[in-house]
Design a protein around this ligand. Sequence first.
Ligand SMILES: NC(=O)c1ccc[n+]([C@@H]2O[C@H](COP(=O)([O-])OP(=O)(O)OC[C@H]3O[C@@H](n4cnc5c(N)ncnc54)[C@H](O)[C@@H]3O)[C@@H](O)[C@H]2O)c1
Length: 332
Amino acid sequence: MKVAVVGSGAWGTALAIRLCNNGHTVTMWTFETELIDRMRTQRTNPRLPNGVLPEQMQISGDFDCVSGCKIVVVACPSFSIRSVCRGIAPHLDADAVLVSVAKGIEEGSLLRMSQVVQQETGKPVVVLTGPSHAEEVALDIPTGCVAACEDRKLAELVQDAFMSDTLRIYTSPDAVGAELGAALKNVIALCAGVTDGLGYGDNTKAMLMTRGLTEIARLGVALGANKDTVAGLSGVGDLIVTCTSMHSRNRRAGILIGQGKSPEQAMEEVGAVVEGYYATKSAYQMAKKLNVEMPIIQAAYAVLYEGKEAAQVVAALLQRSKKPESEDCGWQ
Ligand SMILES: NC(=O)c1ccc[n+]([C@@H]2O[C@H](COP(=O)([O-])OP(=O)(O)OC[C@H]3O[C@@H](n4cnc5c(N)ncnc54)[C@H](O)[C@@H]3O)[C@@H](O)[C@H]2O)c1
């Protein structure tokens, strides 16, 4: 099948490699046109130094490289999805299916990435997400993801295109839940990093991750997601991988903030897209708009956007009023 991967960051590159290895005819579009010659000749990309670009993979800087493709994977950072999709839209085939893999919520509109892709291209969109560090996927390390779309046939099309002996793809009808899990786990990972930077322990992180999932589920339900999706690969799966690994830029940024760096310094030092930083603002606004209780998201917002001290914010979180663990625990 002819496939385009739009975006040559670590994730776009890893997916393009895997699609090539599955026998598809793959073109990878890059924003960094200055890297095209190097990628074509050296078959490497500095965004994913451990990945080898197969000889048959085409590299292009032109939006028209998506024409003739049945599947177009949109793998750019969330802040650029709208402009990139606007660029490729006129070149898409009538029956093209878009795959959205960016993890974020658009600033201002508060739309999920697949909604932005759909708005700009008018095409059906499948969400592909899960616990998947590009660095590991590029090395064929066993990984599981979920292809989520209301339309089962389209979810299965994407499952078939990506599935291999080491990349296992499940399907789900709950794109809303899958996408919210993907975007919000980055905020929780940033917070987990902050607690590491402050010198707190495994107990703290476990509490944060568990309560973080509760918040993701609450927002998901308010937006029509299935509450159970948080227990899947896009929810708890991605949360585990992001909160516990040094591959995670979100966690690394959080550690620097916990150690006393400003959010701006931390972003600069990490040097790659820290989606959790942007997602915090959007999630905070969504929670306010929908009147959903999300104290961890509020705390992250206070540290990242209101200049509050991380240690004081954590202390305030711990001193909130007493409550049962579950809102629907059965007590009257
Ligand atoms: N890295 C991973 O392991 C991983 C895994 C799953 C999902 N994702 C998601 O994939 C998305 C991309 O992340 P990444 O890790 O590949 O990014 P990256 O930090 O490795 O690279 C960012 C890329 O974005 C490009 N870029 C910058 N400004 C742009 C613009 N205005 N328009 C188009 N492109 C622009 C850069 O040239 C670069 O190629 C993010 O939403 C991320 O959350 C990443």
